[in-house]
Design a protein around this ligand. Structure first.
Ligand code: KDG
Ligand code: MG
Length: 402
């Protein structure tokens, strides 16, 4: 079996997606997600100029060797752009493998460890009251786990809060727009938010919160301790993950579970965090973490240390990634929770999906491979539209993490 061709499809049905399609001499093709929010053309270019020419003529069944060809074989390693490209190649090859063997992807990753995967919703509001209303709406839809983000009194912008009635989408047309941030206002407010949410909804609902990398270890430790009475399912990205040792202080002083790594792309981002048991959930998704081949190894490594998966699943990850993640989560033993921000309806004009939400869980059908397809004619009607993620400054203008 040989790879005969591959192409990159960039489309914008409401938001940008990059999809890699790999063709074989046996009429089977595979799809992989290569979307990296705000950096789509960079990944497309790496795929088109460096990866695709090297793929032609290779045997698509050799997923392990091809992963190492593009990772180990490349002198310049890691980084979100190249790892997203490798992820897409790997995902598409596993899609081909499943189609070739006429079986859904989860059967190749361990079979069925569970029938359905629990997912969490996003609730957000410009004020505490609006956030509470939003939690009620998501609970009404059947979600058993809900992430809560709220506007902070006295602070004009807050991560995770939708501007209008529309869905929360952080990327905006053109160059990055600027947001501003005040950590002390945030730290004073968030425990009050969760106190209220528990008071209104009781203890059964799983609650999550995303700090989005904005605290120092000492600030994050204070927050994790003050949130302890409200029993969060997880506190996400409490500090930036660039310094893995930064998680030690939080871990030593608080029992609030920690999830980290939606911006990670390698097992080497996780080694200290896993071996020292500094975290509880790995967030690195298939689309940015080197695909199924690499993330399976990270998940297996994590399982030895009682750490579970909690993959990133915002709307800037395509349906191809989400379907692959459902297969993955269905198969492994140490699945924790999957993020689920439903895509806008228009996305389904371009992508035919094979998963379904019901009562707080996602299920996937038995279509061979990953099971998602793309309508290229429809995709071509929605050309790439440049958009960037924001940048963030402290109130005095100092550049900060977004
Ligand atoms: O593109 C960036 C978003 O995917 C990210 O900000 C979303 O933090 C996020 C989350 O937890 O979903
Ligand atoms: Mg996040």
């Amino acid at each position: 079996m040989k790879i005969t061709d591959a192409k990159v499809i960039v489309t914008c049905p409401g938001r940008n997606f990059v999809t890699l399609k790999i063709y074989t001499d046996q009429g089977i093709y595979g799809l992989g997600d290569a979307t990296l929010n705000g950096m789509e053309p960079a990944v497309a270019s790496y795929l088109e100029n460096f990866c695709i020419p090297a793929l032609i003529g290779k045997d698509p069944r050799n997923t392990e060797d091809l992963w190492h060809y593009f990772y180990r074989g490349a002198y310049w390693k890691r980084g979100s752009v190249t790892m997203s490209a490798i992820s897409a190649i790997d995902m598409a090859l596993w899609d081909i493998k499943g189609k070739m063997l006429n079986t859904p992807l989860y059967n190749l990753l361990g079979g069925e460890s569970r029938e359905k995967v629990m997912v969490y919703a996003h609730a957000n509001g410009k004020s505490l009251e609006e956030a509470i209303e939003s939690v009620a709406q998501e609970k009404e839809k059947g979600f058993k786990a809900i992430r809560v983000q709220s506007g902070i009194p006295g602070q004009p912008d807050t991560y995770g809060v939708a501007k209008g009635a529309a869905f929360y989408e952080p990327a905006h047309p053109g160059i990055p727009h600027e947001e501003c941030w005040d950590t002390s206002k945030y730290l004073n407010f968030v425990p009050r938010l969760f106190e209220k949410v528990r008071e209104v909804f009781g203890n059964d609902l799983h609650l999550l919160h995303d700090v989005h990398h904005r605290c120092t270890p000492v600030e994050a430790t204070r927050l994790a301790k003050e949130l302890e009475p409200f029993h969060l399912f997880w506190l996400e990205d409490p500090v930036t993950g660039e310094l893995q040792e930064g998680l030690r202080m939080i871990r030593k002083q608080s029992s609030t579970p920690i999830a980290i790594g939606e911006v990670f792309n390698s097992v080497y981002d996780y080694t200290t965090l896993i071996t020292e048991q500094l975290i509880d959930y790995i967030r690195m998704p298939l689309v940015h973490g080197g695909g199924i081949t690499h993330v399976k190894k990270v998940a297996d490594f994590a399982s030895v240390y009682h750490i579970q998966t909690g993959f990133h699943g915002a709307t800037d990850l395509s349906p191809v990634n989400l379907a692959a993640a459902i297969h993955f989560n269905k198969a492994i033993n140490n699945f924790g929770l999957q993020e689920y921000m439903p895509h806008q309806e228009i996305v389904q004009e371009v992508f035919r999906i094979n998963y379904q939400f019901e009562d707080g869980f996602l299920t996937i059908d038995n279509t061979p491979g990953i099971g998602v397809d793309i309508d290229e004619e429809k995709a071509s009607k929605y050309p790439y539209s440049p958009a960037s993620l924001p940048i963030n400054r402290k109130m005095d203008g100092t550049m900060f993490y977004w």
